[in-house]
Design a protein around this ligand. Sequence first.
Ligand code: NDP
Length: 297
Amino acid sequence: MDTILLNGRPVSISLLEKLKGRINKLSTNNVVPKLAAILVGNDPASQVYVNSKKKVFENHGCRSETFHFSSNFNQQEIIDLIEKLNQDDQIHGILIQLPLPKTLDSKKILNSVLPEKDVDGFHPFNLGSLLEGNPTFIPCTPNGILEIFKFYEIQVSGRHVVIIGRSNIVGKPLFALLAQKFEIGNATVTLCHTGTKNLKKHILEADILIAAVGSPKMIDGKMIKEGVDIIDVGINRIDDGSSKGYHLVGDVDTDSVLGVANSVTPVPGGVGPMTITMLLHNTVVSAERCRELELSK
Ligand code: NDP
């Protein structure tokens, strides 16, 4: 069997092309979609993520402003800033770069973002709406995975999806989305985690396998059913002697599933490129909603 590599880049390019017209239309009405990114502490990976988001926004006619706090900042000052940004008409999306330092109450900070500006889709109101089948903002990584299914015409309806990992940002929203009676959904979904007994049995039963664990190459070609479609969300740094010092691998041993799986997303270059694209998408949607609200006044 020839395994199809589900590259994220063409999916991302095609979506960005579609967004271009919508961004231009907003700009003729003097609206520039703008993200406020809040970064706390000096985690180098978080700084890289925030900078790449800013670059993508600016390269596509949008704006992104970073508000950087040192780790010893008072939590209330961060919440005061969020409340100010909630009221600012020029800001359409507010992103809190995770993980936050452990000294802060992440839940309290995330919940202080107005649901209408929660372009990451992490606010309990938005997660609840998604569970109800009426999503307002779909979290970016799960939304990117839906776009990969659509672009590569991977059938989801009626199939058995096995998700490994139940985080609020990937596993749980995907579980809720793929079980809905949606065009990309309507699947039978099994959600696995560290409490799952006989994980291998579940993996072997999957028609679609989604790995969001953070465990390098934990799934190999001997563990899967022939013809399965695999979405590898994992991003794991492996230290090596290269000039960069490390390389990235997924939760799936990609080479070993070639010839067994019907398709697999590579790491890097699969799900990764979709996440920032969907953040831009959600911010444009938010700017369009603000504009409509303005017109209806
Ligand atoms: P979390 O650490 O929040 O969650 C990991 C999940 O995996 C938990 O639910 C945990 O179970 C489960 N798990 C861990 N070990 C096992 C095991 N041996 N067997 C079964 N389940 C296990 O991770 P995230 O969801 O935030 O991220 C997962 C991976 O995806 C990471 O590598 C991350 O870097 C990557 N990622 C990639 C993104 C992208 O843009 N491509 C975006 C977001 C994340 P339990 O709940 O029981 O502890």
